[in-house]
Design a protein around this ligand. Structure first.
Ligand SMILES: O=C(COP(=O)(O)O)[C@@H](O)[C@H](O)[C@H](O)[C@H](O)COP(=O)(O)O
Ligand SMILES: [Mn+2]
Ligand SMILES: [Mn+2]
Length: 346
């Protein structure tokens, strides 16, 4: 029902955010790249016949501009919506957004940034706190064979068996952070190759689900909201994804979580998370009956091209995934803004 209600309109939401943000590529201004993406996403979402509520609106951690958690979006959120929205459109839906995932990547002209969102019925997406999350993503063939509770060495052996290749033939993406020093050493010692990324672990997680990307696992600690968005895509694609919240300041030293382990556990409890050590599967992080995911490349990435402008318009590449129709659509769009004199085919 969700997919038929929203149709392909959500593609335009991520496309508009990406087109706005890519104007700031390489300008060294990450907040502006983020801000324009947020505004474009909000504006386009508010033109859609839907009754949406933002459950994940990344931005809190660095005072970045954000779509606020709890913000209502869509025409059918208005008080008089019954007058112009049909019953399907009035059903409440939850939305997780990251209008500019990889703001630093955009600011410094590096690959892997995207505008991204996930949608499900009310309650269908885990409202992740702005904590860190240990993540494990792997290809569909390794789903439920690997486990985040196992060591990287064990998981690499399992992935190699599931993919019928040697560990040396595997590539693992890890975010380039001091906290991953031991993990990186372990992966290298096991024989696999490591691709270090500066930012953007959503793109890396989803890339594991597609063969041909030469990415076979994502390991390490990133942000929890991005974990839920990655899980939404991986659930639809049948890839493996697990996440575990990180609340111990000894593991990640950051202003994001408090300096006391106990107060962090209390904070999680106050958010309804009774077991702070729980390991969440993709199906638990994105548990709704129907899940939709949409992303549009801002800078070029493993799965999508970045935004390319030409005189009079722009060209974008997006990925829309639906659990309902069981499709992953790559959408190549030419945006004709000012009546361009020619439209290049490729
Ligand atoms: O790269 C990221 C930053 O996202 P954004 O703020 O939307 O540009 C995410 O992919 C990461 O998951 C995560 O946010 C990051 O690991 C947390 O930041 P850091 O403390 O620098 O590791
Ligand atoms: Mn992000
Ligand atoms: Mn962001």
């Amino acid at each position: 029902m969700l997919e038929t209600t929203l149709g392909l309109e959500i593609i335009e939401v991520v496309e508009q955010a990406a087109i706005a943000s890519a104007r700031w590529m390489g300008k060294g201004e990450k907040n502006t790249a983020d801000e324009v993406a947020v505004e474009a996403m909000r504006e386009r979402m508010n033109q859609i016949h839907m009754r949406g509520r933002i459950v994940i609106g990344e931005g809190e951690r660095d005072d970045a501009p954000m779509l606020y958690i709890g913000e209502e979006v869509g025409i059918c959120s208005r008080e008089d919506a019954k007058d112009f929205c049909n019953p399907d459109e009035l059903v409440e839906i939850d939305i997780a957004v990251d209008p500019c995932e990889g703001t630093n990547l955009v600011a410094y002209g590096q690959p892997g940034s995207m505008a991204v969102l996930a949608i499900s019925e009310k309650g269908g997406l885990f409202a992740a706190p702005d904590f860190y999350m240990k993540k494990l993503a792997a290809p569909p063939a390794a789903r439920n064979h690997v486990d985040i509770r196992k060591s990287a060495t064990e998981n690499l052996k399992l992935i190699s068996e599931c993919l019928n290749r040697s560990v040396e033939e595997l590539v693992v993406v890890v975010m380039d952070r001091p906290r991953h020093k031991n993990l990186i050493n372990e992966i290298r010692t096991a024989g696999a190759r490591v691709r270090l990324i500066a930012d953007g672990d959503v793109s890396a997680a989803i890339s594991c689900a597609f063969s041909g990307t030469n990415i076979h696992a994502l390991m390490g600690i990133g942000a929890a909201p991005e974990g839920v968005i990655s899980a939404a895509a991986m659930r639809c694609l049948g890839g493996h994804f697990q996440g575990q919240l990180i609340y111990d300041p000894e593991i990640v030293k950051t202003g994001l979580i408090g300096e006391s382990r106990e107060s962090n556990i209390d904070r999680l409890r106050s958010m309804g998370i009774e077991d702070p050590d729980r390991v969440y599967s993709a199906e638990e992080l994105a548990s709704g009956e129907t899940v939709l995911f949409a992303a549009c490349g801002i800078t070029p990435g493993t799965l999508m091209e970045g935004v390319r402008y030409f005189k009079g318009g722009a060209r974008t590449e997006s990925l829309v995934i639906s659990s309902q129709s069981q499709t992953a659509r790559f959408v190549d769009t030419v945006h004709l803004v000012d009546a361009p004199k020619s439209i290049q085919l490729k």
